[in-house]
Design a protein around this ligand. Structure first.
Ligand code: UN1
Length: 497
């Protein structure tokens, strides 16, 4: 069967790229399976999309927010109906197992309902003026055309975190989805169009970072940028945005530690480590890629984790019994192989896994064994650098204080976890772990959409997705003063003295 051909969405019309070039989207579990053919666009398509978004903004910003939200409510219900179909599409293009892609679609549904509710809030505030017969209030304004550049690991959830708050606030959008997972973003936006989103409010331009991402960031009519991806690329995008004074929200890497103290419930901890480290094949920015365990329990914990990691079923995510799917592409699995070699060269020991799977049904995909390193020093590269693959580095520590210190001694600061039954230590960890997210007795992954999502240091630049943080990013404050005294009143000067 010939692969399906997809088009950009610009001003509500499905159109080919002006370049005429295309890009094949492959199934990472079996690259012979072509999921679809997508445009490889360029800056001309971006120009078209931005001008459509700009035109749509003139009307959309004036639609009352509760009316805008009605489109989101309708789309949420449609997405619920389509959940299974879109989860299957996502597993086929992204690789993660069906249970997880259903979760990814659900995360978008949750975001729809939360952000639709914002349509009837978008709270500003009123406050007394210092002058008599004068009122003062702060209201939220939309920003204008927003540009979004999204990753492949949560190809529906993460676009929903950006698009939905943006549009409920009255903005319009141009989005470039990751080249490896264009279909899931298209499915999300198609659902919104079917729910009655006006033309041009969301535009999709498919293509590469240099050919589409850069022109979006550089376009003077794009007034805010939101990016999720690597810290290297985020630095470039942040710098480019700064040149034009554009608000820019960056969500980047992590090297998240899961701390285990002597008194932890070890079986519960092992469940958490397995899910945190190998869920999504380790390809989450929140993945538990380090375990920091106190010495008395370190060996026993490592043995338990290794035994369970060894028995994980690896394969196509479309098989319901599979627990770990492939990595996204050749380059990502090569990165994992490279880090396994680095870890060995640094003197860490592979307790389980350590190899790419290339035969026995795995030859057409990007499969790597879940891998556990022990005897890892916290200074080693495998304990410091983001791998984004199924590799766990286990570090032994002497004390609670050292565990906190190790956890904080990386350039990133996204997610953290601590397993303990000591409430005093749990609270100290909540205070002292320098990260955007801390879990107590739960793994580092699994953020919920109504709480702030993001991190400190090289993970982010101070913005948060999820919940009210997203509303703050996609609006700008305006202070409004109304003087009803019928005379000139000068703030700071007519003090009444
Ligand atoms: C990401 O890894 O980029 O908290 C996002 C979690 C998910 C989102 C992860 N809800 O693990």
């Amino acid at each position: 069967m010939a692969a399906k051909v997809f088009q950009n969405l610009i001003g509500g019309e499905w159109v080919d790229s002006r370049s005429g070039r295309t890009h094949e989207n492959h199934n990472p579990a079996d690259t012979r399976d072509v999921v679809g053919i997508f445009p490889h666009s360029d800056s001309r398509d971006v120009d078209d999309a931005v001008s459509a978004a700009k035109q749509a903004f003139a009307k959309w910003r004036l639609v009352p927010a509760p009316r805008r939200a009605e489109v989101l409510y309708r789309a949420a219900r449609l997405l619920e109906e389509r959940k299974e179909e879109y989860a299957r599409d996502m597993t086929r293009e992204m690789g993660k197992v069906l249970k997880e892609t259903r979760g990814d679609v659900q995360e978008a549904i949750d975001t729809f309902y939360f952000m639709a509710g914002e349509g009837r809030r978008l709270y500003g505030f009123t406050t007394p003026s210092e002058l008599p017969n004068k009122s003062a209030m702060a209201i939220r304004m939309p920003v204008g055309v927003c540009g979004m550049i999204t990753p492949w690991n949560f190809p529906m959830a993460i676009p929903s975190w950006k698009l939905l708050p943006a549009i409920v606030c009255g903005n319009t959008c141009v989005i470039k989805p990751a080249e490896d997972t264009p279909l899931s973003t298209l499915n999300l936006v198609r659902t919104l169009m079917d729910a009655g989103l006006p033309k041009g409010v969301i535009n999709i331009v498919f293509g590469s970072g240099p050919d589409v991402g850069t022109p979006i960031v550089r376009h003077p009519d794009v007034r805010a940028i939101s990016f999720t991806g690597s810290s290297e690329v985020g630095r470039i995008i942040g710098t480019m945005s700064a040149e034009q004074y554009k608000p820019c929200s960056l969500e980047m890497g992590g090297k998240n530690a899961l701390i285990v103290l002597d008194d932890a419930n070890l079986d519960l901890t092992v469940d958490g480590i397995l899910w945190g480290a190998f869920g999504t094949t380790g390809q989450r920015c929140t993945a538990a890629s380090r375990v920091i365990a106190t010495k008395p329990i370190y060996r026993q914990l490592a043995e338990k984790v290794a035994a369970r990691a060894k028995s994980l079923k690896i394969g196509s995510g479309l098989d319901e019994s599979v627990e770990v799917g492939p990595q996204i592409n050749q380059s990502q699995v090569e990165t994992t192989e490279k880090y396994v070699a680095v870890g060995k060269a640094e003197g860490a020991k592979v307790l389980v896994g350590g190899s790419r799977l290339k035969s026995g049904g795995y030859e057409h995909g990007f499969f790597h064994e879940p891998t556990v390193f022990v005897d890892v020093d916290n200074q080693m590269r495998i304990a410091q650098e983001e791998i984004f693959g199924p590799v766990l580095s286990m570090v032994a520590c002497d004390s609670f204080d050292q565990a906190i210190d190790y956890s904080n001694s990386v350039v990133y600061g996204l997610s953290t976890a601590i397993y303990t039954r000591d409430v005093n230590k749990a609270y100290r960890a909540m205070r002292d772990l320098h990260a955007g997210i801390t879990y107590v007795n739960a793994p580092t992954i699994g953020a919920e959409v109504h709480l702030p999502f993001g991190g400190v240091k090289s993970t982010g630049n101070g913005h948060r997705e999820g919940g009210i943080g997203a509303i703050d990013f996609y609006t700008q404050w305006k202070a409004v003063y109304v003087d009803y005294s019928d005379r000139l009143q000068r703030a700071q000067i007519d003090t009444g003295e």
